[in-house]
Each structure stands twice: as structure tokens, then as C-alpha cells.
Design a protein around this ligand. Structure first.
Ligand code: GLC
Length: 630
């Protein structure tokens, strides 16, 4: 046997065997690799939501001059614009309409749409044609615009506990906003109010961070939809980062109050109560976050690099951009230029400078030129802004900035009002009932008492048409409780009304509606939380008449109600329900059972405050989670 040949053959065979073996092993390892990729792919960090927009954003950034980059980081107010030409001349990245900055032509859907489109048209006509982001506080519907559906404020939604409903409200709000073209709202507010004397308590869902996170995520998902570039989606903004609801008395903007004050807690408490609502909303797709006016242990959040950069951007992985609150940067340092340098270097990306936007522009240019603010920080901020705009489809070839007229047909529609009416129903909390509730809608005579029964402005609260809101007929398309009662009772039932309660004697039942006068922010800080003398008097008057009484309270928070509660046979907390008063009568007349549960602990006396569940304090008037069903 020719070994050589045989050897060769053997070798060949062996080689062949080896080759086969090797190819089999290769196949097996390839198969293993493929399978393991399938198995571990979910474990591999999914691409961050803005990663895919990095290339487009960088290509635009590369074309931008320093002036254009600095302008991109500035948001002016529509009413603060010195000249509309400044949108182009200062390369503004954003415009807002703050509370009360209505179109000069008057408050209507058409005029809001024209205002938005006219400013956007200026932006897209610039050298690079970068569209502006137009922001507004649509915090309980498109609440700045007449005839919009105004939904319950967050405190009521917190008592509903219904995340699906909150998401649906976000959808409806987005649809009504996009009807005007406006595509960015400074919502959801994911504050965790810990002291009801704070004027912004009603903007919070709850004193409980977990409930706040759950409903904040739902709201954001409703606003942004499945894709924030969808023409019926709007960009959300989680706020106010962080600890806005934990400030201590006497540190507030007004000198004695809470709003914009100082949250003095250790880091464990700060993280557990006030930071914990942000990772969930970031995971749910939050692309803008608004740092708080308030301070943490004496340091303004708007200038706190540890919070804005180390915690929010690095630890929590936030990829979007930070928009300052209204002139909040000015509070960082007495010198504006110094404040700008501190805040931008701390991680602020866009400055809400409603009127001082030109000064801000000049100061930031100087800070960059002198090296106080490195260009790398400017590029990082602008890149974040551009990636968000790319995610919204603002750079798509077919991007059309104009409002969609089809959406205008459903603005303030019955469909939207039906969702709002359900939200009202589910937000009401029955605190007391000796059997007088529900009210028989076929009773011979129902006496309605209290100015708030016929006041849509009190029913809606702050952030409604005007920044502070106001009492009276603030908008059209809504239903007061008095009108709702009249439209709900049978033909043989007489409905009488008096603001002061007179004339209740002899009626089968009295429905009293009392409420706080509307307020927003620091204007709502309140040391006592007592019902007004007028409110207490109307309850007393009706009580003295001997007529069985159901009292409904419109308020932005739990209040000290002991005497009025005592003087009422049944008592309902209705919060700030918005335009759809029929949601209140749905419950009053028993067409729907009350399901609302307190999302805030209700204090028995003012000296108990702050009082929150699990804080070791005892004997509230009503505990967190309380709510009767009949
Ligand atoms: C206000 C509020 C903030 C709002 C902003 C724009 O001062 O603090 O919640 O989004 O200014 O109106």
C-alpha cells in the first residue's frame, strides 16, 4: 500500500473528516451564537429612544453657527416677543404661550392656530429651516383655549386611580392641542405634594410617589401616543424636577409660603419621595423635563449639577433636554450672566426666558467666547434639542407644520366631553353619608345653594383660560352643577337656587356646592386651609333650615372642613372637576356609584400638617385611600 498515497488519502480523509468536523463545529457554534443572540438580545440595552436620531441631529449641528446654536437653546414667550422677527433674528429654538399669553387677536381656536402657524412659518424660513417647538401649559385639557374640554385637575384623577382613563385624557388633550397645531405641553406634573398648604397641590396626583409615577406614565403615554412623531401626538414634559412638592413653610417665593421654596430632607428621603417618579416617566419616553424653581437643602435645582447632570442625565439615563421654568435661571444667582453660566454648566439645555431672551442670548454668547461655558456643553445641549425635534418628525422631508383642519372638527366634541364626564364621576370621593345620598331626582323640590353651584370658573380652578383661573363664565361648552341638576331632574321636580342658602326650608333635600376661589402657584399658598366665611355660612344656613343636605366641595386640596362636615348629612369631595358638571350629578343622583378614593391624607386640623400616609402620624380626619361607595 502506498502509504504516501494512503497517507495522503488518509490525511485527505482525515482532513476531510476534520473539514467536516470543523464545518460541523462551525455550524454548531454559529447556531449557538445565533440562538444566544436571540436569548440575550432583550438583555442587551435596547437602543435608547433618541439614538436613531443622532445622525440627523449631528448633521444639522455641524452646519450651525455659534449664534444659531445659542438661539436654539432659548424659548421666548409669545407675549414677550419684542418683535416676531426675533424668532428668525435670534434663531430661537422654541416659543411658549405662558398662562395668559393669549393671541392678540383674541382667544379662539382659529386665533391660536394662526399664532402658532405664523411663528412656525418664520422659523422654517430661516437659513437652516429648523422648526421651533411651541410649548403651552395644557395641564387639564387644552385649557388656555376657549371651548376646549377642561378635564379634572390631577388631584381628582389621582382619586380615580384609573391609569387607562388618565391615558385617554392625555390622548384627548393631544388631539385638542394638535387641532391648533401646538405640539408641546408642560405636562405631566409628577410632583409629590407633601403639604396641602402648597398652592400647587392640585397639580399633583397624590402624596404617594408610586401612584404619581403610575398616573404620570399613563398621562405621558396618552400625550405622546405610540410615536411622538405622529401628527396626533404631542411632546410631553415631566415636571418639576425635583422636590417641588416637598418644600418647608416660610421658604417660598412670597416669603412666608411653600411655592418655589426649599425642600430640606436627606438624600434617602429625597430619592424615595421626590426623585422616584422620574425613572418611570423616562422609561415611558419622557423627552423633556422641567427643573423645579425650588431648592434642595438650599441649592436651586435649576443650578444643581449633581441633580441635573449626575443624577438625571447620567444615573437615570435621560437623553432628552431640560427646559428651565419661567425665568427660573434668574433665581440661581443675583447676577443674570453668572446665573446663566451656572445653570447651563449644571446641565440646563433650554432657557424659558419669556422677555429677557435677547439679554440671555448676548450673555450666553459672551460666556462661550470667554470660555466660561465650553462649546462642548453648547453642542451637547443643542444636540439633545435637535434629537427631540427629529424624534417629533420636524426634519422629515414631508414635515408640514400647519395644523390639521380635520382635528378641528373634534375640538371640544361630545366624544371628548364624555371622557371628561367619566373622569369627573370617578374622581369624586364620598366622605360622609347618613342616608341622604344619593339624591332622589324625582323629589318634589330640590334646593341648590352656594355660588359655586353656578360658577364654571370655580368648578375648573386655576390654569383655565387665565393663568390663575377666575370665577364666573370663564369658557363656553361646559355645564355648571346647577345646570346639570336642572337637566337631570324629572318634569315634576322643582329646582330652586340661592347663593346664600336662603329658601332651603321646606325643600325635600338641599344640594350645597362650596368651593375655593381659583388660584395657581404661589397665589394658592395658604396657611389655614379654612373654608371661606361665605362657604361656611351657606352650609350653616341650610343646616339651620332643617332640610337634609348633601354638600359638594370644589377645592384644590383637602381643607379643614370639620364644622361644615358636621352640618352636612352627606359630603362629597369633588376637587376641581373642570367643565363637565354632569359628572357630578351622575354621582349625586345615584346613576353611578362613587368609586373615588383619597389620594391625599385629609387632616383633622391644620397643626397636623404635613401629614401623609406611612409618616407615623395618626388620627387624620380621613386616611389616604378612604372613600365610601354609598
Ligand atoms: C410656570 C410654572 C410651570 C409652567 C411654566 C410655563 O411658572 O412653574 O409649571 O409650565 O411657568 O407657564
Amino acid at each position: 500500500m502506498n502509504y504516501a498515497r494512503n497517507f495522503n488519502a488518509r490525511n485527505f480523509k482525515a482532513r476531510n473528516f476534520n473539514a467536516r468536523y470543523i464545518s460541523m463545529r462551525l455550524f454548531q457554534s454559529a447556531a449557538f451564537l445565533f440562538a444566544s443572540c436571540l436569548l440575550i438580545s432583550p438583555l442587551v440595552a435596547e437602543e435608547l429612544p433618541l439614538q436613531k436620531h443622532d445622525t440627523v441631529a449631528r448633521s444639522i449641528l455641524a452646519k450651525m453657527t455659534t449664534d444659531e446654536k445659542i438661539g436654539q437653546m432659548i424659548q421666548a414667550d409669545t407675549a414677550g416677543l419684542v418683535d416676531p422677527k426675533d424668532v428668525a433674528d435670534y434663531h430661537l429654538g422654541s416659543i411658549l404661550s405662558g398662562g395668559g399669553s393669549d393671541p392678540a387677536a383674541g382667544n379662539s381656536l382659529q386665533n391660536w392656530t394662526q399664532l402658532y402657524e405664523s411663528l412656525q412659518q418664520r422659523a422654517v424660513s430661516t437659513r437652516l429651516g429648523i422648526p421651533i417647538l411651541f410649548g403651552i401649559d395644557a395641564v387639564h385639557g387644552h385649557n388656555n383655549v376657549l371651548e376646549a374640554v377642561v378635564f379634572p385637575h390631577n388631584i381628582g384623577l389621582g382619586c380615580s386611580g384609573n391609569a387607562d382613563l388618565v391615558q385617554e385624557i392625555g390622548r384627548m388633550t393631544a388631539l385638542e392641542m394638535r387641532a391648533s397645531g401646538i405640539h408641546w405641553t408642560f405636562a405631566p406634573c409628577v410632583t409629590v405634594p407633601r403639604d396641602e398648604r402648597w398652592g400647587r397641590t392640585y397639580e399633583g396626583f397624590s402624596e404617594d410617589p408610586d401612584l404619581v409615577a403610575r398616573l404620570g406614565v399613563a398621562s405621558l403615554k396618552g400625550l405622546q401616543g405610540d410615536n411622538v412623531s405622529d401628527p396626533t401626538s404631542v411632546l410631553g414634559c415631566a415636571k418639576h424636577f425635583a422636590g417641588d412638592g416637598g418644600t418647608i413653610p416660610g421658604t417660598g417665593k412670597n416669603g412666608w409660603g411653600w411655592d418655589q421654596g426649599d425642600t430640606k430632607v436627606d438624600e434617602e428621603t429625597f430619592r424615595r419621595v421626590h426623585l422616584s417618579t422620574y425613572p418611570p416617566v423616562i422609561a415611558a419616553g419622557a423627552l423633556t423635563i422641567m427643573p423645579s424653581y425650588s431648592s434642595w437643602n438650599g441649592l436651586k435645582c435649576s443650578g444643581n449639577k449633581y441633580l441635573l447632570t449626575d443624577v438625571l442625565k447620567k444615573e437615570f439615563g435621560f437623553e432628552g433636554f431640560l427646559i428651565s421654568d419661567w425665568e427660573a435661571i434668574k433665581q440661581v444667582d443675583p447676577d443674570f450672566k453668572t446665573a446663566i453660566g451656572i445653570s447651563i454648566n449644571a446641565g440646563m439645555d433650554m432657557a424659558m426666558e419669556p422677555t429677557a431672551y435677547r439679554e440671555f442670548y448676548d450673555n450666553l454668547k459672551a460666556l462661550v467666547q470667554e470660555g466660561t461655558v465650553p462649546m462642548s456643553r453648547i453642542d451637547d445641549a443643542v444636540l439633545r434639542i435637535l434629537k427631540v425635534k427629529a424624534a417629533m418628525g420636524l426634519f422629515a422631508d414631508d414635515y408640514d407644520y400647519r395644523a390639521n383642519p380635520e382635528l378641528q372638527q373634534n375640538f371640544g366634541s361630545e366624544e371628548h366631553r364624555t371622557v371628561a364626564r367619566q373622569a369627573v364621576r370617578e374622581s369624586l370621593v364620598l366622605l360622609k353619608n347618613d342616608g341622604t345620598f344619593p339624591v332622589d331626582k324625582t323629589a318634589k323640590r330640590i334646593h341648590v345653594a352656594g355660588a359655586a353651584a353656578d360658577d364654571l370658573g370655580i368648578q375648573c380652578g386655576g390654569w383655565t383660560i387665565d393663568w390663575q383661573g377666575k370665577s364666573g363664565d370663564v369658557t363656553s361648552g361646559g355645564t355648571t352643577v346647577l345646570d346639570a341638576i336642572k337637566s337631570s331632574v324629572g318634569p315634576d321636580t322643582e329646582v330652586t337656587f340661592s347663593a346664600d342658602g336662603a329658601g332651603a326650608e321646606g325643600a325635600d333635600v338641599a344640594i350645597i356646592v362650596i368651593g375655593e376661589q381659583p388660584y395657581a402657584e404661589f397665589e394658592g399658598d395658604n396657611k389655614e386651609l379654612e373654608l371661606s366665611a361665605e362657604n361656611q355660612a351657606v352650609v350653616q344656613t341650610v343646616h339651620d333650615s332643617g332640610t337634609p343636605t348633601v354638600t359638594v366641595l370644589f377645592s384644590g386640596r383637602p381643607m379643614i372642613i370639620n364644622e361644615s362636615l358636621e352640618n352636612s348629612d352627606a359630603f362629597i369631595a369633588a376637587w376641581l372637576p373642570g367643565t363637565e358638571g354632569l359628572g357630578v350629578t351622575d354621582i349625586l343622583f345615584g346613576d353611578h356609584k362613587p368609586t373615588g378614593k383619597l389620594s391625599f391624607t385629609w387632616p383633622r386640623s391644620i397643626d397636623q400638617l404635613p401629614i401623609n400616609h406611612n409618616d407615623g402620624k395618626t388620627n387624620p380626619l380621613f386616611p389616604f385611600g378612604f372613600g365610601l361607595t354609598e
